[in-house]
Design a protein. Structure first.
Length: 272
């Protein structure tokens, strides 16, 4: 009971860091995103979890750094499993605004946040968001373009979890993204990839490609919906390699129902 009360009374992030320059977070161009989730209480029922995260909004034409609903849905899933992320090593690919990765770092994970190597503005905004949230000891930014060889920083670090939100948007990116996942799975065979994306059209499905890359996939359904939020058109899936023990997913996401209606051939032998 004492532990639960401490969790409920955990203070929210304060306006620090950039404020030392003499301006507030808003004056520095930052925006606060509120991420909500529900988790079960030890004695029954549920309690609300709310995390306030500073992000640096992108210019209107830079849709890759906008905080899309799929990012909020994935961040909510992370917040609902904060204790499970506390000691994990996490990589977020196509991070954009970095909301899911920032929430993982707030939970105590060590996080590498990556986006296209040529997108220097995006990478700089990620670094600013990390500083604004006081997470510079836990987060590292690494440029990496999908389909390109892994940078040394990603090759030398072991990862437990990969996060990706709404990266499956442009059809031409689907294959390079899965090639990038394959590189990381080969180095981290027990890694679990948690992916969220907005189902915009049945003609733009990734499922055929998952089969070609021999990925095992399951659908994730949160047991409790986040308060005052709807993610009806957001798909949450988990990908893992054939050698990954099934119980790892259960331990990482105990508050999710895992459905087997999307299980595809196992193993990561590369594209056929």
């Amino acid at each position: 009971m004492e532990e639960e009360r401490q969790l409920e009374e955990e203070p929210q992030l304060q306006e620090e860091g950039l404020g030392e320059q003499g301006g507030s977070m808003e004056e520095e161009g930052l925006a606060q995103v509120v991420v909500r989730a529900c988790v079960p209480k030890s004695g029954g029922g549920v309690r609300a979890v709310e995390r306030r995260v500073w992000t640096l909004p992108a210019p209107s034409e830079d849709y890759g750094s906008f905080t899309w609903p799929a990012a909020t849905a994935l961040a909510s899933l992370v917040c609902a499993h904060e204790r499970c992320f506390a000691s994990k090593s996490v990589v977020e690919i196509g991070a954009g605004s970095g909301l899911p990765g920032l929430c993982a770092a707030m939970a105590g994970a060590s996080v590498v946040m990556s986006d296209a190597a040529h997108a220097r503005d995006v990478l700089d905004r990620l670094r600013d968001a990390i500083l604004a949230n006081g997470l510079q000891r836990q987060c590292y930014v690494q440029g990496w373009t999908w389909g390109h060889p892994l940078p040394a920083e990603l090759r030398k670090r072991p990862f437990d979890v990969l996060l990706s939100s709404d990266c499956f948007y442009e059809n031409n990116d689907f294959e390079p993204i899965l090639a990038s996942l394959d590189m990381l799975f080969r180095l981290n065979p027990h890694m679990i990839a948690i992916i969220s994306y907005h189902v915009r059209s049945s003609n733009r499905s990734i499922y055929g490609l998952l089969s070609r890359w021999h990925l095992k996939a399951v659908t994730l359904v949160p047991q409790y919906e986040a308060p005052a939020s709807t993610f009806a058109e957001i798909q949450l899936i988990a990908l893992c390699s054939h050698s990954c023990p099934p119980e790892l997913l259960t331990h990482l996401l105990p508050h999710c129902h895992v459905t087997q209606d999307m299980v595809l051939p196992c193993g990561l032998a590369g594209a056929q």
